[in-house]
Design a protein around this ligand. Structure first.
Ligand code: FES
Length: 104
């Protein structure tokens, strides 16, 4: 598979926190954790909150509005009030750059 898009420098990421990126018009949050880098849609499935601003607890990010929890590895909801997952995006790191596969 190809179509990898260079979206950020790995040096811009801090472990345990998210940053927002908008490659090709997608609003995406990327998170660096101990075991890798993960990308999910940045807008919460419950409302207009940005998950890049959420508090991290392990692989979970907490929505800053109503505290729903999403697993950054696959976008699944682990705690409401959100009920719908957010999209997760394939990530790879190469030569200090973060690449996403922006396939819908
Ligand atoms: Fe995220 Fe309500 S907007 S839980």
């Amino acid at each position: 598979m190809s179509n990898w898009t260079d979206v950020a420098s790995e040096a811009e990421l801090f472990e345990g926190a998210g940053i927002a990126i908008t490659p090709e018009g997608h609003d995406i949050a990327i998170f660096k954790l101990e075991d890798g880098v993960y990308a999910i849609d940045n807008v919460c499935s419950h409302g207009n909150a940005k998950l890049c601003d959420g508090f991290m607890d392990g692989h979970l990010v907490e929505c800053p509005f109503h505290q729903a929890m999403f697993d950054v590895r696959d976008g699944s909801v682990t705690c409401g009030p959100a009920t719908e997952p957010v999209k997760s995006w394939p990530v790879k790191i190469e030569n200090g750059r973060v690449f996403l596969q922006l396939i819908d």
